[in-house]
Design a protein around this ligand. Structure first.
Ligand code: 5GP
Ligand code: MN
Length: 334
């Protein structure tokens, strides 16, 4: 059976060909996604690093942390937290990062001769020597697969597993609005390398600690709706973490519950980091553009999934986000 072809336009092809040239010319690589990396950041970075090593290059993935549910990815145990100020690279490949700093300032731009910026976020800056940015793509992993296919590189099973993890997690298991024909075609291509999708699914989604489930219970009991059921939100307080014994990572995924209520268009999680800091994660259905909301507070992401941090206590942060949402509802008279 022949696979369908991934749809790539001329603009993308030009970028991919430039990236391929730089990769061929470079010997040493720095690879990093954004701080607090997710499945797509680490999946795409690890697959790329593994391929580069097979091509005889020196490559290392850097990240501030590796969440437990992604430790099964091949190479996750080799990830480094920091680089030396004296380290120099031929090429830094920065994935999923609005700007150079969002990868956590592990190196400065002058530590690398070339910078390749690959991203699918809607809020981005062209900070690279080459910028391959496709906001309509489900994930950076999908973009990495495009590059590797262009370079005619066959993947190992573990590399396919890493890229599949990126697509699976960034599309919300192929259910979110960013899921496209290309994401499914990419999944087919990756499955042909013999990956076990059920085992990947179980490692990522059915591997919770009991504390995570208890935290979910507390979160669900406290969910509120406002603006005539158009918005739902959960305030995750320090107290809830203490009662459930959960850690920060255990709160991953709770935001997806907020859109389960009929009629809800926007769902938010407010996480109390400390008395003066609140971390916000939002999801929206269809047309509501969250970037307009989180952008007011220096955040970013995608139209339907975005986040920001507000340096205020959780109650004030809830009011601040509610006020912006009200303003948007009033503006549009909807
Ligand atoms: P999450 O809600 O899962 O933390 O993030 C949703 C999306 O928004 C992800 O693509 C993430 O990279 C992006 N995002 C979350 N918080 C921030 C932020 O503070 N700044 C930027 N630029 N992007 C963010
Ligand atoms: Mn991503």
């Amino acid at each position: 059976m022949k696979s369908e072809k991934i749809n790539i336009n001329l603009f993308e092809l030009k970028k991919i060909s430039e990236i391929s040239k730089i990769i061929k010319q470079s010997k040493t690589f720095f690879i990093a996604g954004h701080v607090k990396p997710d499945g797509d950041s680490l999946g795409s970075a690890l697959a790329l690093s593994s391929v580069l090593k097979r091509l005889g290059k020196k490559a290392c993935v850097y990240a501030d942390k590796v969440p437990d549910f992604l430790k099964f990815l091949q190479g996750a145990d080799k990830i480094k937290k920091s680089a030396k100020k004296t380290d120099k690279f031929d090429c830094a490949i920065i994935l999923e990062s609005t700007n150079f700093s969002r990868m956590g300032d592990i190196i400065t731009p002058d530590q690398s001769k070339k910078i390749i910026n690959i991203d699918h976020h809607s809020s981005y800056e062209n900070f690279g020597t080459v910028n391959y940015i496709v906001p309509s793509s489900s994930s950076t992993s999908e973009l990495i697969l495009n590059i590797l296919e262009y370079m005619k590189i066959k993947l190992t099973k573990s590399e396919a597993e890493s890229l599949y993890t990126g697509i699976l997690t960034d599309t919300g298991r192929f259910q979110q609005t960013n899921t496209t024909c290309n994401s499914h075609i990419a999944a087919v291509k990756l499955m042909k390398y013999g990956i076990d999708v059920n085992s990947i699914y179980k490692k990522i989604y059915e591997n919770s600690s009991i504390h995570a489930l208890k935290l979910q219970g507390l979160a669900l009991c406290s969910i509120k709706t406002i603006f005539n059921n158009r918005v739902s939100y959960i305030a995750l307080t320090k107290d809830m973490f203490k009662k459930s014994g959960a850690n920060d990572e255990d709160s991953e995924g709770i935001v997806s519950y907020t859109l389960k209520i009929a009629d809800v268009e926007i769902g938010c999680i407010f996480k109390e980091v400390d008395k003066k800091t609140t971390r916000i994660s939002c999801r929206s259905a269809r047309n509501f553009d969250l970037l307009d909301v989180v952008g007011r507070f220096g955040g970013g992401g995608h139209k339907n999934a975005a986040g920001c941090t507000i340096e205020e206590n959780i109650g004030t942060a809830i009011k601040m986000i509610s006020n912006v949402l009200k303003e948007k509802f009033d503006d549009k008279k909807i």
